[in-house]
Design a protein around this ligand. Structure first.
Ligand SMILES: [Zn+2]
Length: 202
């Protein structure tokens, strides 16, 4: 028997999610089909609301809801310190430790010569627009401790060297080759606290 057309389409959609292969997508699709119709409606509504209400903040590159970015609009944050992270999940990981109260910049990826990801593919220009505004005193580079994350941090550090601001990189102690989002809270807090200055302005 061939697969029903509507089910095939659902499986194809689910397969687009990261880490979901054919088998998982099939299992999810048939589980959804066994749900009560009103539960499926709730799921569809949640997806639609997320699509309509959530977008990317044009300033920091993080997600925002109803055009309101909870980070950029929070004036109680230190307006002169900014952490550069690879992904939104890294931002969440740092927010969770509750010891950093500055601004963020989400790149949305790392530079990667092997994957063909260049400077135009990630949100680097936005970062420099913010640096040029002149309110920042320190930029902390907290990109992943992978080869690509290091490449990205070095590239940004080099470009930042011509601006009168301090530039630092998270202290090692974080697992090498690791993604920030998986670091435990204490290690992450310590690595921000003991960050290494690449360049220090007085
Ligand atoms: Zn923002």
């Amino acid at each position: 028997m061939e697969e029903f057309q509507s089910v095939s389409a659902l499986i194809e959609s689910l397969k687009k999610l990261p880490g979901i292969g054919r088998k998982s997508a099939e299992r999810m699709a048939y589980q959804i089909l066994q749900m009560k119709p009103e539960k499926i409606d709730q799921m569809v509504t949640a997806l639609k609301n997320a699509r309509d209400n959530i977008d990317i903040c044009p300033i920091c590159g993080s997600f925002r809801e109803n055009k309101n970015c909870p980070i950029c609009s929070d004036m109680s944050r230190d307006q002169d310190t900014l952490i550069v992270v690879t992904s939104f999940k890294d931002l969440l990981a740092i927010e969770k430790i509750n010891s950093y109260h500055g601004l963020y910049h989400v790149l949305g990826g790392n530079l990667s010569p092997t994957k063909g990801i260049g400077t135009k593919d990630i949100n680097i220009e936005g970062l420099f627009n913010r640096v040029r505004e002149g309110n920042l005193k320190e930029v902390i580079l907290a990109t992943d401790l992978t080869l690509d994350g290091e490449t990205t941090a070095l590239y940004i550090a080099k470009l930042l060297s011509s601006y009168p601001i301090s530039v630092s990189r998270l202290a090692y102690g974080l697992p090498m080759g690791g993604q920030l989002e998986y670091a435990d809270e204490l290690t992450l807090a310590k690595s921000i606290e003991g960050r290494n200055f690449i360049k220090k302005e007085l």
